[in-house]
Design a binder for this molecule. Structure first.
Ligand SMILES: NC(=O)c1ccc[n+]([C@@H]2O[C@H](COP(=O)([O-])OP(=O)(O)OC[C@H]3O[C@@H](n4cnc5c(N)ncnc54)[C@H](O)[C@@H]3O)[C@@H](O)[C@H]2O)c1
Length: 438
């Protein structure tokens, strides 16, 4: 089948490359000339494990093409996916649908035959209806339909998630759309990936409900972590103790500096806006958002406390900047709030991230960027582990300690064994480790 993918970001590029790998003919279209030029030269615009090889393989087979020319992308396409960004609108938290609606209008103007337009972008309930209206208003060919196919891949494991998904959700209002999407995903049914056909509005809501639920688990365990610190319990054991219950499950129960990234922060806010518009109070999601905001802000206070009550003129070394490991994505990363507040408190910050530097540097004025973890420790009063990259797990703690001026290690991901850290003469502060107090 011929597929057109509009947008070659984290979702569009991975989806396009995976569809091509299933044997479909895929043309990826992006407005950003430099991204397309880079892709044509084999340079990935994002860092995602395995992506470069997957793209190179399918491009060399002639199944995966890149262009800025929409008409070329749409030529003979039966399924046209919209995978453009839907960031939070400045000021009010609504999903900004400017890019989605602009893409729909451009598609309508360039289509020469009916096709199924599929939103892969995360969009609020009712967006499919508005896309259908835009297509009609702009004279899209008769017989064109609109479907919703939200994407659940995780950055850092995106290819695996796309190829072995927990489920595929398709929201469609007509048989033609269902038929085309069944064909698009046929290679995955053969692998027994469950596919859920729903109405379009339901599919749109499933994505927000899923992300809000996962964000709830994170805020929940972070509040339990605070309680653990106050009452002398260990949040890691609490997580394990509750996660072994099949009804709860072990995932997303790691206490830390609060959730970040390109999805949870904006999607929880957008869901609240949808709920407000529908006059339905969503008190749980609202609490999840405020718990997370407070959590991110509190992490700098935690570091300051360990520095003896003042961060002024102190040197703080930060290990890891991206919102999670195995991605270069810095959108809403907890490191941003932490570093900004530490700087406001008068600290100077040196940081290292294995792949995020290029994206992080423009977002973090005043930060010195080091070339490795040991250089971060050089002269530091405190070291703070923010992102649990694998390469930080086996650092030589003795070597780190010897380079530091101070003796504090704040481990916001509970990566290290406290005894190990203390053995090299550093003071350990994890998250939710009330069992270590006293
Ligand atoms: N990043 C994730 O992990 C993830 C996971 C699931 C769902 N999503 C959702 O997928 C959507 C895309 O997210 P992303 O992280 O891939 O975004 P992104 O910002 O990385 O990429 C969007 C791309 O779309 C391009 N674009 C914008 N308007 C265009 C147009 N009219 N024509 C052609 N190209 C255009 C941009 O140049 C950019 O390259 C969002 O709605 C997001 O919420 C993201």
């Amino acid at each position: 089948m011929r597929i057109c993918m509009i947008g070659t970001g984290y979702v569009g590029l991975v989806s396009g490359a995976c569809f091509a790998d299933f044997g479909h003919d895929v043309v990826c279209v992006d407005k950003d000339q430099s991204k397309i030029d880079g892709l044509l030269a084999g340079k990935m615009p994002i860092w995602e494990p395995g992506l470069e090889a997957l793209v190179a393989h399918n491009a060399s087979r002639g199944r995966l093409k890149f262009t800025t020319d929409l008409a070329e992308g749409l030529d003979e396409a039966e399924a046209i996916f919209i995978a453009v960004g839907t960031p939070a609108r400045r000021g009010d938290g609504h999903a900004d649908l400017t890019y989605v609606y602009a893409a729909a209008k451009e598609i309508a103007g360039a289509m020469t035959r009916p096709a199924v337009i599929v939103t892969k972008s995360t969009v609020p309930v009712g967006t499919g209806d508005e896309i259908a209206r835009i297509l009609k208003e702009n004279n899209a060919p008769e017989g064109t339909s609109v479907a919703s196919n939200p994407e659940f891949l995780r950055e850092g494991a995106a290819i695996r998630d796309f190829k072995i998904p927990d489920r595929i959700v398709v929201g469609a209002e007509d048989e033609r759309a269902r038929e085309v999407l069944r064909e698009v995903y046929r290679p995955l049914f053969l692998n027994k990936a469950p596919i859920l056909f729903t109405g379009r509005r339901t599919a749109e809501l499933i994505k927000y409900a899923a992300n809000a639920f996962l964000a709830t688990k994170i805020s929940f365990i972070n509040e339990i972590a605070d309680l653990c610190e106050a009452v002398g319990a260990d949040v890691q054991e609490v997580s394990r103790g509750i996660g072994l219950d099949n009804r709860i499950g072990p995932k997303f129960l790691h206490a830390g500096p609060g959730y970040g990234g390109s999805c949870f922060p904006k999607d929880t806010l957008a869901l609240l806006q949808t709920a407000e518009g529908a006059d339905v109070p969503m008190r749980i999601v609202s609490a999840v958002v405020s718990v997370n905001d407070a959590r991110k802000a509190a992490m700098a206070d935690r570091v300051e406390e360990e520095l003896g009550g003042s961060a002024s003129s102190k040197r703080v070394g930060v290990l890891g900047l991206t919102f999670k490991p195995n991605t270069d994505d810095m959108r809403d990363a907890p490191s941003l709030a932490l570093i900004k507040r530490l700087q406001e408190k008068g600290a100077s910050v040196t940081a290292f991230d294995p792949v995020g530097r290029e994206q992080a540097e423009p977002m973090l004025p005043g930060v010195t960027f080091a070339d490795d973890a040991y250089a971060v420790a050089d002269g530091a009063d405190a070291l703070v582990l923010v992102t649990e990259w694998d390469e930080f797990r086996a650092l030589d703690l003795r070597r780190l300690a010897a380079k530091m001026t101070g003796k504090v290690l704040v481990d916001l991901r509970n990566v290290y064994e406290p005894e190990e850290v203390e053995r090299v003469g550093l003071t350990y502060r994890g998250v939710g480790r009330g069992d270590l107090v006293g």
